[in-house]
Design a binder for this molecule. Structure first.
Ligand code: ATP
Ligand code: MG
Length: 373
């Protein structure tokens, strides 16, 4: 079977690494200018056809499908993909997840509307298009807030925290025009957790134990699972959220939901229609990794167990040099993405496994200190 992936970054790399043992073959569609270093040696790297801007959607889809060597299934490794092309590719092969789900997640405004629509809770928010609307929204929501553009935002990019009237004034004087944005009340969360879920084509679903995440400057720094203190009430909210989301999206594949826990209440932050950085620990920590389960789902194969023995964690390597010699321990596993190092760039991660949460946590802290202090 051949899998076509739109994108050729580290998530595509890790999907391919998980798929090879199952006999899957891969084609990657690179964005213009992307060298495809992450997926070198793992499949066929395809560029957009020459003059693609002037092609009709159906000819573009046909050419892409042919140049990707007629994959059986097409999937995505990032949100910023041309949804119209994805939709058009459906006339050639299966496309999972459905482009409609990708579209919902591409725009924060639509995403929040979807979350609200399924009856899930989130931080109070307003969508704005002008500086005046933004000022009014801040007044209504009250400070502190966070402003996030609806599109082109990831890893904390295109986000501004406003704590005081002075911050608001400075923001307004710097931004005479603004792109469509969500103004969101800042919540005082006790923890950030994410849910890595998977749904198969036959509707069966599975979930990994909730992951607890630590972000620094809007970028994921470290995770561990199972998250601490998931009591009965939180577990029920998690299960309910999973039902609501999957019940309203005809979804196939892995889906991640980032959440805040505020006074024991689960608030949804955002959805990611793909394998997710906060699920990387599953490579060594779970019986089946998120990457393998995504492939199993989109290939209509039986899902693998999401069970965990003991606990697991992950430290992201953000803009830091590291090699296997330095990273490896008996219970530590090194993953590099074959990328050059730039400030804050995700270039790899280290997974840890342990029997006991306390031991794992202490080792995570030590490793973070070694890498970042
Ligand atoms: P990602 O790379 O996960 O897509 P992103 O840039 O899209 O990230 P968010 O996940 O919305 O942005 O926000 C990044 C981080 O900023 C969150 O993980 C959280 O730590 C903090 N944050 C975002 N929204 C809020 C909020 N309403 N209240 C408090 N903290 C927040
Ligand atoms: Mg996020």
């Amino acid at each position: 079977m051949r899998i076509g992936i739109l994108g050729c970054g580290q998530l595509a790399r890790m999907m391919a690494l998980a798929g090879w043992p199952m006999g899957l073959h891969f084609s990657f569609l690179a964005d213009p200018g992307d060298t495809g270093d992450c997926v070198k040696g793992l499949g066929d790297l395809i560029e957009y056809p020459e003059g693609h801007e002037s092609l009709s959607l159906s000819s573009l889809a046909e050419q892409v499908y042919e140049s990707m060597l007629r994959p059986d299934v097409i999937t995505v490794e990032k949100e910023s993909v041309p949804v119209a092309l994805l939709e058009a590719l459906k006339s050639h092969c299966s496309v999972y997840p459905d482009p409609k789900a990708v579209r919902v997640c591409q725009n924060r405004g639509c995403e929040k509307e979807f979350i609200e629509g399924v009856g899930a809770s989130m931080a109070p928010k307003l969508v704005v298009n002008t500086p005046d609307e933004l000022a009014t929204a801040v007044k209504e929501l009250t400070l502190p807030v966070i402003v996030k553009t609806c599109e082109d935002g990831y890893d904390g990019l295109n986000q501004w925290k406003l704590d005081s009237d002075d911050d608001l004034e400075a923001f307004l004087s710097e931004h005479k025009e603004i792109a469509e944005s969500v103004v969101e009340k800042r919540v005082d969360f006790s923890r950030e957790i994410s849910l890595i879920l998977v749904r198969a084509a036959d509707g069966r679903t599975a979930a990994y134990p909730p992951t607890q995440n630590w972000h620094e400057g809007g970028i994921l720094r470290a995770s561990f699972a199972p998250a601490e203190a998931v009591d009965e009430s939180l577990a029920t909210q998690i299960e309910d959220l999973k039902e609501r989301v999957f019940g309203n999206l005809n979804y196939v594949g892995v889906l991640a939901i980032e959440c805040f826990v505020v006074d024991g209440k689960l608030l949804v932050n955002e959805l990611a229609p793909r394998v997710h950085n906060s699920g990387h620990w599953t490579q060594q920590g779970a019986h089946t990794s998120q990457f393998e389960n995504h492939l199993r789902a989109i290939c209509n194969l039986p899902l693998g167990s999401t069970a965990v023995s003991g606990c697991a964690g992950m430290v992201n390597l953000l803009g830091v040099e590291m090699d296997a010699q330095k990273a490896l321990r008996p219970n530590a596993f090194f993953h590099t993405y074959n990328k050059s190092v730039r400030p804050n760039r995700k270039v790899g991660h280290i997974n840890l496994v342990a029997e006991e949460a306390q031991v794992l946590r202490a080792q995570l802290t030590e490793m973070l200190g070694e890498i970042y202090d």
